[in-house]
Design a protein around this ligand. Structure first.
Ligand code: FES
Ligand SMILES: [Fe+2]
Length: 468
C-alpha cells in the first residue's frame, strides 16, 4: 500500500483563458522581423493556462512518492534508452538502468528495427548479465555461465542434468517493448502500452524541420546531481532564472519574454528563447554590446570580430556568422537557414524526461533520471548531436562519461562553453533540494506563464500517478 495521495488533475484543468504574457516584445514579434523567416513550426505560439495552484513539495523527496512514481510512471512510459548509432553492429549492446530496473539493449540483426531490450537479470539466480555496453555473440552470465542467444533464447545451460525443471524452449530472457524515433531507441516496460507513435504526439511533426535521424551523438556526458530528477529537469525548462543565475547571459538573451508552448496532449511542451537580443530589463541595449557579450561568452561566436553597422542588428549579424560557420563545417549551403534556427534556443520536453532541442544553435539532448532508488539524487545527461555526412557516415560516437556530484561539467570531454552555464545551474540545485526539506510551506508558488511548462509536466505526472 502506498501512502501518497495524488490529487486528480481535474481541479487544475487548463482553462481556455490565456495566461499572462510579458509586456515586452514577444518571440513571435522578434521572429517576424528576421531576415530569414522561421519555418511554420516556429511560428506557432501555444500558450496554455495551467492554473495557479501551488505544486506540492513532497514529490521532490518522499520515498513513498518515488515508489509510486516508479510503479505508475517509470513502469508505464516510453523512455529513451540509447541512440541507434550506439549499437550499429549485430551483437552491439547498451545497458539502460532506470531506478532498480536494468535492460540490455541489443542489436539482433541488420534491419533498422532489429533491436530488442532484455531484462538484465540472469534467470538462474538473478545476476546482472551486463554492466556496460559492448559487442557480444551471446549473453553469458559471469557466475555459472548460463547463456542466451541474441534472440533471447536459452543457448547454453551448464549441468543440464541438474535442471530437469527447466523448459529449455521457454527459458527466454524477458523483454521490454522497443520503439524508434529520431535516431533514438525507446523502451517501455509495459507490454500493453500505447504505441510510441501516438505517445510522441506532435513531436515527429515538429522535428520534420530538425531531422534528428540525420545526426549522430558526438558528445555524451552526465553528472550525478544532489536533487530529485524533476527538480533538475525543471531548472532547464524556463528562462525566468537567467537574470539572477546567469547574469552574463542577459546581454544577448531575451529571458523574461521567452515563449512557452504547451501543445495538445499530455507529453510535449517547448520553449523558444530568442538570442542576439538583450533582456527586456536592459531596455534599448546597444547592438554592438550584444555582439561583444555573446562573443565573450559563447565559444561558437568567439573571435568572430563581428561588428554591427548602421541599420544592422546584432541578431542578424550573429545569424550570418552562424550560417557561415555551419556552411563551412558541413560543406552544405546554410545561407537560407532561418535566423531563428540559426541562433535561438528551441527546447522541447517529451514526458517524462527527454529534452531534444530543435534548430542548429544548440544541438542538445537532455535526459534526467533518478539515481537508483534515491529520490534526492539524479543523473542528468547532456548529449550533443552533430550532422552526419551525406552518406550517413560519421566520426566516432561519443561514449558516455558520467562525472561525480562534486565534479565540474568541464570534466566531460567536448562540453565546451555549455559547461560554464550548467555548472551555475548545478550550484542552485543543491540549494533548492536542501531548502525544500527546510520549508514549512507545503507547495511551490510557481509563475503562471513562465513556469507553465513545469505545471503541465506536473499535471501529466499526477494524471499518470492517479491512474494507478
Ligand atoms: S547466477 Fe547466472 S548463471 Fe548462475
Ligand atoms: Fe540555467
Amino acid at each position: 500500500m502506498n501512502t501518497v495521495r495524488v490529487a486528480m488533475p481535474v481541479s487544475r484543468k487548463p482553462t481556455s483563458a490565456s495566461p499572462p504574457r510579458s509586456p515586452a516584445r514577444s518571440v513571435q514579434e522578434i521572429l517576424a522581423g528576421d531576415a530569414n523567416p522561421p519555418p511554420p513550426i516556429l511560428q506557432l505560439d501555444s500558450p496554455r493556462d495551467m492554473g495557479q495552484e501551488d505544486v506540492s513539495l513532497d514529490r521532490y523527496y518522499s520515498k513513498a512518492w518515488h515508489d509510486l512514481e516508479v510503479k505508475t510512471v517509470w513502469q508505464k512510459v516510453w523512455q529513451m534508452a540509447c541512440r541507434v548509432e550506439d549499437i550499429p553492429n549485430v551483437g552491439d549492446t547498451e545497458v539502460y538502468d532506470i531506478v532498480h530496473d536494468s535492460l540490455i539493449i541489443v542489436r539482433t540483426g541488420t534491419g533498422t528495427a532489429d533491436i530488442r531490450a532484455y531484462v538484465n537479470s540472469c534467470l538462474h539466480r538473478g545476476t546482472i548479465l551486463r554492466t556496460e555496453g559492448g559487442n557480444v555473440r551471446h549473453l553469458k552470465c559471469p557466475v555459472h555461465g548460463i547463456t542466451w542467444g541474441l534472440d533471447g533464447k536459452l543457448a547454453g545451460l551448464p549441468c543440464t542434468w541438474d535442471f530437469p525443471q527447466v523448459d529449455r524452449e521457454n527459458f527466454c530472457l524477458p523483454e521490454a517493448k522497443v520503439g524508434l524515433w529520431g535516431g533514438f531507441v525507446f523502451i517501455n516496460f509495459d507490454m500493453n502500452c500505447e504505441p510510441l507513435t501516438s505517445y510522441l504526439e506532435c513531436l515527429p511533426e515538429h522535428f520534420k524541420a530538425f531531422d534528428l535521424e540525420s545526426r549522430y551523438k558526438a558528445v555524451h556526458g552526465g553528472k550525478v546531481l544532489p536533487c530529485n530528477w524533476k527538480l533538475a529537469q525543471e531548472a532547464f525548462m524556463e528562462g525566468f532564472h537567467i537574470a539572477t543565475t546567469h547574469p552574463q547571459s542577459v546581454e544577448y538573451t531575451a529571458d523574461t519574454n521567452t515563449q512557452y508552448d504547451v501543445f495538445d496532449g499530455r507529453h510535449v511542451s517547448r520553449f523558444i528563447m530568442a538570442e542576439g537580443v538583450a533582456s527586456p530589463a536592459l531596455g534599448n541595449y546597444p547592438q554592438q554590446k550584444i555582439v561583444d557579450a555573446i562573443q565573450r561568452d559563447i565559444g561558437f561566436y568567439a573571435k568572430g570580430d563581428i561588428t554591427v553597422g548602421p541599420g544592422e542588428t546584432a541578431r542578424e549579424k550573429i545569424a550570418d556568422h552562424a550560417r557561415a560557420r555551419y556552411s563551412k563545417s558541413s560543406g552544405k549551403d546554410f545561407s537560407k537557414l532561418s535566423t531563428s534556427e540559426a541562433v535561438d534556443l528551441i527546447q522541447y520536453l517529451l514526458f517524462p524526461n527527454l529534452s531534444p532541442w530543435g534548430g542548429m544553435a544548440s544541438p542538445l539532448v537532455y535526459r534526467f533520471r533518478p539515481n537508483g532508488d534515491n529520490p534526492e539524487e539524479c543523473i542528468m545527461e547532456i548529449m550533443l548531436l552533430f550532422s552526419k555526412n551525406d552518406d550517413g557516415s560519421h566520426p566516432p560516437v561519443g561514449k558516455a562519461t558520467i562525472v561525480g556530484v562534486n565534479d565540474s561539467w568541464h570534466k566531460v570531454p567536448g562540453m565546451g562553453s555549455a559547461a560554464d552555464v550548467t555548472d551555475q545551474d548545478t550550484d542552485n540545485l543543491k540549494r533548492i533540494q536542501r531548502g525544500i526539506r527546510a520549508s514549512k510551506k507545503p507547495g511551490a508558488t510557481m509563475s503562471v506563464y513562465q513556469e507553465s511548462r513545469i505545471r503541465h509536466f506536473h499535471q501529466t505526472l499526477e494524471a499518470y500517478m492517479a491512474a494507478s
